[in-house]
Design a protein around this ligand. Structure first.
Ligand code: AHR
Length: 327
C-alpha cells in the first residue's frame, strides 16, 4: 500500500470544507497556473501538476499529452502550473498544492536536488507524489509513490553506440541539457561510459534552441577540431545547426550531429541529412500517467517505476515518418 489517502477521504474533505468556494476555483501561484477540472465534491481526483517549463518541443508535447489525459471527463480535477524552468516556482506550486489538499501531487523536477524540505512537507501532509519524466535525489525516505519516464542513461548509451560504430575517430562536443537535471546527468553518464574518451569539450544549452545555438557558436571557437556534436535534445541540435551553417560549415557532414527526442522538427532535420542519428525520448505518456494516478489515489499498489519505451532513427528515416509524427 503506497498511500493511506483514498478517494473517499477526498470526498469527505470536499463536502466538508470546500462548500461554495469550490476547490476547483483554487489556483497555485509561482508560475503560469491553470485549473481545468470538474466541480468540487463530484468525486473526481484532484491533481496538482507542476510542469517544469515549456523549453522544448518535447515538453510541449508532454504537456499536451498530460492535459489530454487528466480531464474532468476522465475523472480528474487538474491544477496545472508551468514553472518556467525555475525550481523556486516549482517549490511554490508544490506548497500551494499542499494548501489545496489535493489528492495527488505530480511534478517533473527541473533538477534532481533541492527538494528535501518540500518533499518532507508533502509527506507530512499525507499526499502521495507521482514523479513525471525526471527524477529526484533526496534524503527524504520513500519520497514518491511512483515514477514514470524514459531511461535517460540508456538513451545516452544508445547514442554512444552509434558514435562508436559510425564515427569512432570523431572528436565530440557534448551539448548538455539543464545542468543537474536527471536528463542531463543520466544521458551524459550513458554516453560517456561508451565514448567519453572521444569527448573534447562540453557546455550546456539548457535544452533550448536559443541557448544551444549560443553554446555551439562558442564551441566552434573553443573546440575547432570538433567533428561531431552529441546534443542532449533536438531543440539544442536545431540551434547547433543554425550556428554551424552561420560559420559556413555543413551540419551532418563537416560536423555530424547525434541527438535525443525525435520531435517533428528534429526528424525533419534528420531526413534533410543535417542530423545523423536521433534516439527517441517519447513524451506521449499522459494515459499511462492517468492510470497510475487513479491507482495511487485509490491506495492501490503500483510499480515503483514505469519506463516509457523509446526507439531510434537513422538517416534511412523517410519523409512519411516526419509527416505522420504527432508532435
Ligand atoms: O526530461 C526530458 C527532456 O527534457 C527532453 O529530452 C528535453 O527535450 C526536455 O527539455
Amino acid at each position: 500500500m503506497l498511500s493511506t489517502r483514498t478517494l473517499s477521504r477526498r470526498s469527505v474533505f470536499a463536502a466538508g470544507l470546500a462548500g461554495a468556494a469550490g476547490l476547483a476555483g483554487l489556483t497555485a501561484c509561482g508560475g503560469d497556473s491553470e485549473t481545468a477540472g470538474a466541480e468540487a465534491g463530484s468525486g473526481s481526483i484532484t491533481v496538482g501538476f507542476s510542469q517544469l517549463g515549456a523549453e522544448s518541443g518535447w515538453r510541449t508535447a508532454n504537456t499536451e499529452s498530460v492535459k489530454k489525459a487528466l480531464t474532468s471527463a476522465n475523472g480528474f480535477d487538474l491544477t496545472f502550473v508551468d514553472a518556467q524552468q525555475k525550481q523556486e516556482n516549482q517549490i511554490k506550486a508544490l506548497r500551494d498544492f499542499i494548501t489545496q489538499d489535493v489528492d495527488v501531487i505530480a511534478f517533473s523536477p527541473v533538477i534532481e536536488t533541492g527538494w528535501d524540505e518540500v518533499l518532507q512537507e508533502i509527506k507530512d501532509a499525507g499526499i502521495p507524489v507521482v514523479l513525471v519524466d525526471r527524477t529526484v535525489d533526496t534524503t527524504v525516505e520513500d519520497p514518491f509513490a511512483t515514477w514514470i519516464g524514459a531511461d535517460f542513461e540508456q538513451e545516452g548509451k544508445t547514442a554512444g553506440e552509434w558514435v562508436a560504430k559510425n564515427a569512432p575517430d570523431a572528436k565530440v562536443f557534448e551539448l548538455q541539457g539543464t545542468l543537474g537535471s536527471g536528463a542531463q546527468v543520466d544521458r551524459e553518464k550513458g554516453f560517456d561510459a561508451g565514448v567519453g574518451k572521444q569527448v573534447v569539450g562540453k557546455a550546456s544549452g539548457n535544452f533550448t534552441r536559443a541557448e544551444g545555438k549560443t553554446a555551439v557558436e562558442a564551441a566552434l571557437q573553443t573546440y575547432p577540431d570538433a567533428t561531431l556534436i552529441f546534443s542532449h535534445n533536438d531543440d539544442m541540435a536545431l540551434g547547433a545547426i543554425e550556428a554551424i551553417e552561420a560559420a559556413g560549415k555543413v551540419p551532418g557532414e563537416d560536423i555530424r550531429i547525434v541527438s535525443v527526442d525525435g520531435v517533428r522538427d528534429g526528424l525533419q532535420a534528420l531526413v534533410d541529412k543535417k542530423i545523423n542519428y536521433i534516439v527517441e525520448c517519447n513524451p506521449v505518456f499522459g494515459d499511462q500517467l492517468a492510470g497510475l494516478i487513479k491507482k495511487v489515489a485509490a491506495g492501490e499498489d503500483v510499480p515503483k517505476k514505469t519506463i516509457v519505451q523509446d526507439q531510434a532513427f537513422d538517416q534511412t528515416t523517410t519523409q512519411s515518418v516526419v509527416d505522420g509524427r504527432a508532435y
